[in-house]
Each structure stands twice: as structure tokens, then as C-alpha cells.
Design a protein around this ligand. Sequence first.
Ligand code: ATP
Length: 269
Amino acid sequence: RSKARRARKETSTATLDDVAGIESAKREIAEIIDFLKSPEKYRALGAVMPKGVLLVGPPGTGKTLLARAIAGEAEVPFYSISASEFIEMFVGVGAARVRDMFQEARKDAPSLIFIDELDAIGRSRGAGLGGGHDEREQTLNQILTEMDGFEAHENVLVLAATNRPDVLDSALLRPGRFDRKITLDRPHKDARTAILQVHVRKVPLADDVNLEQLASRTIGFSGADLKNLVNEAALTAARENLHEVNAHCFDLARDRIILGEQRDTRLTP
Ligand code: ATP
């Protein structure tokens, strides 16, 4: 029996307040949440909501967090699976998992399905590394079959995340499949300030900490990097037996993260 896990079902408690610096995407997201909350309102007006929405953005920009926040705000069950897990499976297992997940999500509708790393199975079929992609292809086909098979009124929304929209099979992007796109960019300065504010909510800060200044000094950091920065700073403060996290702790944490990343890139050819 394959060790790969089944789709995970959870009740998300994340809210949109947890996701910062994505102002441009928020209107579209508000509509999706409203639809999941009261699908009958849309149906009565003859409006058809998308079945699939693609979340596009570099690693650590909050795609998973955003999917959870949508489920949390709409108070619908959240099913998630990572497409990269299918790669290792025996032929047929991935497709069966996908079928099961859609079946459960339908029973639970309105509900949300989240497929992480869609590009792991959703790469253009012509552009593979040559032969032997049976499992990947079967899994991809099963996702397409499921999405084509359910009607808009079944109220299952499929969100999929990718940082490589350019390699996706065009079949995925056709109308009735992932025909909407929400883009999450690496955060600019104001967005970084907002993200830092989210992550220091439970952190006692010393008076010398200036989040805006910190945001200007963290160009290129993703949301995940900023979360890590706050945590590293708090760990440093704990190590020094401080009761508050001060600017010096943040400086050390920032240097450590930047140096760590440089070391990583040096190791990767
Ligand atoms: P990956 O592509 O690597 O899976 P992702 O885009 O799905 O990354 P998440 O896993 O959602 O990113 O981000 C990791 C963590 O970073 C989140 O749980 C959150 O704590 C923090 N984070 C990322 N983006 C944001 C944001 N915009 N606002 C607040 N926190 C964020």
C-alpha cells in the first residue's frame, strides 16, 4: 500500500487579517468568499462562479495561507493535497486519491479543495523530460475529469497554487477549469511592513524597533522570510534572556537569514 497520504481535511481558522499586503487581490477574494458563504444568492441571479482559481506567485508569498483564509472566512471545509506527492506513487494511486477527494468535497459542499504545487503534475504534456510520466498524466487527467464533471451549482471551489504558471498544460487553463488567476507578488515595502505587523502581534517589542525601517531593509524578503525574521529575532531575545525583542535582535536575525540564503545559493549549482 502506498504510504502517500490521503487528502487532508481541516477546519481552517485563518482569516484575511492573517494575510497582509495583498490589497490588489482582495476584491476578487472577497467575491469568492461571498460565493462560498451564500452560493444560492449567485444561483438565483443566474451568475456562474468559477470552478477553479489559480494562485500564482513565488515561494513563500502566502498562497497556502490565502487558501486557508478563504476557507476560514467562508467557514467551509478545506481539503488539501500537494501535487508533488503524486510523483512517487504507483500508477493509479494518484488518480484514485483525486477521485476520493472530490467525492468527499462534494458531499461536504460548499467546500474548498486546495492543490499545492500544481505544476508538479500539471506541466505541459509535450514538455516533459521524456516518457514514463504515466502517473503524473493520469492524475492530471483525473483532476480535469473531476472539474469537467461537476456543475457550477455543486459549490466546490478548487484553488491551485503554482510558482510556474508558464509550464502549465494549457488544458488546465481552459474555460470551466482554472480560468481565473490571482497573482501574489513578492511584497513591496509597504506590504512588508503590513506583513511584519501581522507577525509581531504576539511579540513584545522594545521601543527601538521600527517596523517601517525594517521593511526598507528587507528588500526581496517573502512573507515566509519575514515570518522567519520575526521568529529568529524572538529566539535571539530569549537566548539573551531579554523580556522584549529589540532592534539589535532583528539586526542579528536579518544578517543570519541573508547569510544563510547566500550560503544556500552557493551550494546550489
Ligand atoms: P510555497 O509556494 O513555498 O508553498 P506559499 O506561497 O504557499 O509558499 P505560505 O506557505 O502560505 O506560502 O507562506 C508561509 C508562511 O509565511 C505563512 O504561513 C505565513 O505565516 C507567512 N506569510 C506568507 N505570506 C504572507 C502574507 N502575505 N501575510 C502574512 N504572512 C505571510
